[in-house]
Design a protein around this ligand. Structure first.
Ligand SMILES: *Cc1c(COP(=O)(O)O)cnc(C)c1O
Length: 410
């Protein structure tokens, strides 16, 4: 099937919650091919899912092997891989216990339940989150998400969520009461436009949570798993959250989510209090283990830090002359090209020229390349960016004239 054939069936039978344009059929490393045979450099990675690139041989091998041995066991039984992956995550975090689920929303939903259960005895149930955050699409997580457009039409929303302003400690302080159980925060807001937290804000926030006797919860769904050059983004801020959520990059394309809770809260959820049929299957955990082993074996955390610097330098050197380009922000390989105006035209042009990225929060080009990206691929991406910006400038310079001449002729 070519793209238009796929689109035809899709539009007839799939709910229109997304508006796709490309049909992707094959991927290898940092590259993907569409149904019409066109090749793209993938600087989106399925929104920070394919952190090792498409079809990484280690992950493919682990999934193939486990698929032929035991795919699903039910959480009524032990399986060998779940504790191994839990140990790997807890060790990287320093300590804790892990619950496995299947998505980012479900992982954050778990954090919310954990905080409520923990606070129940003290009459604490409220959770403070932030404006422009993103935590998922279930009823509780869309309520935690501080964006009206995500919530509109789904009222009544669950009670017990309050919204503070990101990077403003005072606005958190104002919301803390005897009923507050936790603060849930992203170290870098992804959907919100690649907005990094100020280091001081997060350290002060942790201090505030400790002194107020409430939990600090971190959403690492997008920024975790090596994306920022650390296993978890909170580590680059020197934080020790009470619990954090993972998903996206954990399975490199195999759906898996998790939340990890530190010593003081890790035994809050007892048998019968939480569950998930598909959580932590041997197959999902085999993928997760392969991902963690690969990040270690290929020294990817260090690589991310180095290549990030290289990428940013290239952008600053080669793109700052364009009037549309304001600056670049973010951390590791979670980068936002801040534009002086809407980013959607640039995203479309980049796609036409063979580079996949995502326009976010109006004026941001969000770039989330695989952590395995090479210098050569970075140069290629910057070259496409340059070419696309040139094309846009040229068009915006010529268009008014052309439009006048061309009026009515087509
Ligand atoms: C993507 C994302 C989620 C939701 O994950 P799903 O797997 O789509 O449910 C939650 N939090 C953050 C920060 C995300 O980027």
């Amino acid at each position: 099937m070519n793209t238009s054939e796929i689109a035809l069936v899709h539009d007839q039978y799939v709910m229109p919650t997304y508006a796709p344009e490309l049909a992707l059929v094959r991927g290898k490393g940092s590259w993907v091919w569409d149904a019409d045979g066109k090749k793209y450099l993938d600087f989106l990675s399925g929104i920070s899912v394919l952190n090792l690139g498409h079809c990484h041989p280690r992950v493919v091998k682990a999934i193939r092997r486990q698929a032929g041995q035991l795919m699903h066991a039910s959480n009524l039984y032990y399986n060998e891989l779940q504790p191994k992956l839990a140990r790997a995550i807890a060790e990287k975090a320093g300590n804790g216990k892990v619950f496995f689920c299947n998505s980012g929303a479900e992982a954050n939903e778990g954090l919310i339940k954990l905080a409520r259960k923990w606070g129940a005895e003290q009459g604490r149930h409220e959770i403070i989150t932030f404006h422009n955050s993103f935590h998922g699409r279930t009823l509780a997580t869309l309520t935690a998400t501080g964006q009206e457009k995500v919530q509109k039409g789904f009222e009544p929303l669950p009670e017990g969520f309050r919204y503070a302003r990101y990077n403003e400690l005072e606005s958190v302080k104002e919301l803390i009461t005897d009923h507050t159980a936790a603060v849930l925060v992203e170290c870098i807001q992804g959907e919100g436009g690649v907005v990094p937290a100020d280091p001081e804000f997060l350290t002060d926030l942790q201090e505030l949570c400790r002194s107020s006797g409430i939990l600090l919860l971190v959403d690492e769904v997008q920024a975790g798993m090596g994306r920022t050059g650390e296993w978890f983004a909170f580590q680059s801020y020197g934080l020790e959250p009470d619990a954090f959520a993972l998903a996206k990059g954990l399975g490199n394309g195999y759906p898996i989510g998790a939340f990890c809770a530190a010593t003081q809260v890790m035994d809050v959820l007892q048998p019968g209090s939480h569950g998930s049929t598909f959580g932590g299957t041997p197959l999902a955990c085999a993928a997760g283990l392969a991902v963690m082993e690969t990040i270690e074996k290929e020294n990817l955390l260090e690589h991310v830090q180095q290549i990030s610097e290289y990428f940013r330098e290239r952008i600053e050197k080669q793109l700052s002359r364009f009037s549309l380009v304001k600056n670049v922000r973010g951390q590791g390989l979670m980068l936002g090209l801040v534009c002086n105006g809407p980013a959607s035209d640039l995203q479309k042009e980049l796609q036409a020229q063979g580079l996949l990225v995502i326009a976010t929060a109006g004026n941001i080009i969000r770039m989330l390349p695989p952590l395995t990206i090479t210098k050569r691929e970075v140069r290629k991406a910057v070259q496409i960016l340059k070419k696309s910006l040139d094309a846009l400038e040229e068009r915006s310079g010529i268009e008014p004239d052309e439009q006048e001449k061309g009026n009515g002729s087509e």
